[in-house]
Design a protein around this ligand. Structure first.
Ligand SMILES: Cc1ncc(COP(=O)(O)O)c(C=O)c1O
Length: 332
């Protein structure tokens, strides 16, 4: 196995390391403009009908896209992959989007530019609007699409990225892909995540991992789960009812390049408890180490493989990795 330490020096003595995490906005301020049905509009002028089908039945699909500052100005991360996943989520719900992937990607760039956003999070969302009380929204409800923007620094806080989070196994199980199309990022699916996240909070944890009905691990409330054991990187796939994350794909790409052995297979709570390291990936959470799982402690910090992946990922998304500039679309 290649030594990641040789490729990316430790956190110690790497000046840009601090900049990768610390120089971030603290809040989540909403931006002034929203891209709404094809035009950039003032956010304050927009509203959603109280009888929107999506509000009643969770019939919306959405994405989360990061925008980072780079030496060449702000850049969106893997925007094409995100808009394509939005279209595929919509399709799984019988929702025909009136915009192509290219139009949505252009809209995302335009609204980021108009807002002058650097450390941002874009929320493209497509929903079934107001129609009759009916569980067949594709028949009559209009489809509305917007891309909202807000500031976002570290999602779970700076300490979470550096030192890791405390996680519990939820008593709520993840719904199976035969119950709902788990590959879709659909609003209604997140009721499951909300229950698990509330439970974690009430128990004093930062987040929860949901198990499938068969006891294998699905994912965290909004992140994919990885673990390291004996220098091998493990994660599951769509057979475990996960959303196949774009960040997950970035980590697997980095692992392949670094010749870190990878095993993609279903895994259990027991596998996690026996792991050397655990970390989670997601657009918002980036690469977040886990320092505790229900009382069991795990190593985090500069010596870990997780930290090397985090550093490699943050370097790539901030334009510091020449080989991965293809992940970025520059706003200007
Ligand atoms: C349930 C769930 N799993 C995984 C992910 C990670 O996906 P991505 O890396 O594409 O943000 C997310 C976030 O979008 C999610 O909500």
């Amino acid at each position: 196995m290649a030594s990641l330490d040789n490729e990316w020096p430790n956190f110690d003595g790497v000046p840009e390391e601090d900049a990768l995490i610390s120089a971030r906005p603290r809040g989540q301020k909403l931006a002034r403009y929203v891209w709404w049905d094809g035009e950039v509009r003032e956010a304050d002028s927009l509203n959603v009908h109280y009888y929107a089908n999506a509000l009643h039945y969770g019939t919306a699909v959405f994405e989360g896209i990061r925008c980072y500052p780079t030496e060449r100005g702000a850049a969106l991360v893997r925007v094409q992959d995100h808009v394509e996943r939005l279209i595929s989520s919509a399709r799984l719900y019988g929702m025909k989007l009136p915009f192509s992937a290219d139009e949505l990607a252009r809209g995302a760039l335009e609204v980021t530019r108009r807002n002058g956003m650097e450390n941002g999070y874009l929320r493209p969302l497509a929903y079934f609007g107001s129609g009759p009380i009916d569980l067949r929204p594709k028949k009559e409800c209009p489809v509305r699409v917007f891309i909202a923007v807000r500031e976002l620094g570290t999602f779970l806080g700076e300490d979470a990225l550096r030192n890791g989070i405390r996680v519990t196994i939820s008593s709520w199980r993840k719904f199976h892909h035969t119950m709902l199309p788990t590959m879709a990022k659909a609003s209604g699916h997140y009721a499951n995540s909300v229950l698990a996240a509330h439970e974690a909070m009430d128990r004093g944890y930062d987040d929860a991992i949901l198990l499938n009905q068969d006891g294998t691990v699905a994912s965290a409330t909004g992140q994919n789960v990885f673990f390291v054991k004996g220098g091998v990187l493990y994660t599951n796939d769509v057979g475990s009812s996960i959303v196949p994350g774009i960040t997950r794909d970035c980590i697997l790409n980095i692992a392949r390049e670094q010749q870190v052995p990878i095993e993609i297979r279903p895994f259990t709570r027991e596998d996690l408890l026996r792991a050397d390291e655990i970390f989670m990936t997601g657009t918002a959470a980036e690469v977040t180490p886990v320092r505790e799982l229900d009382g069991a402690e795990f190593v985090t910090g500069k010596s870990t493989l997780g930290a090397a992946f985090q550093r490699a990922y943050l370097r790539a998304v901030t334009g510091k990795d020449e080989k991965r500039l293809g992940w970025l679309t520059f706003v200007r």
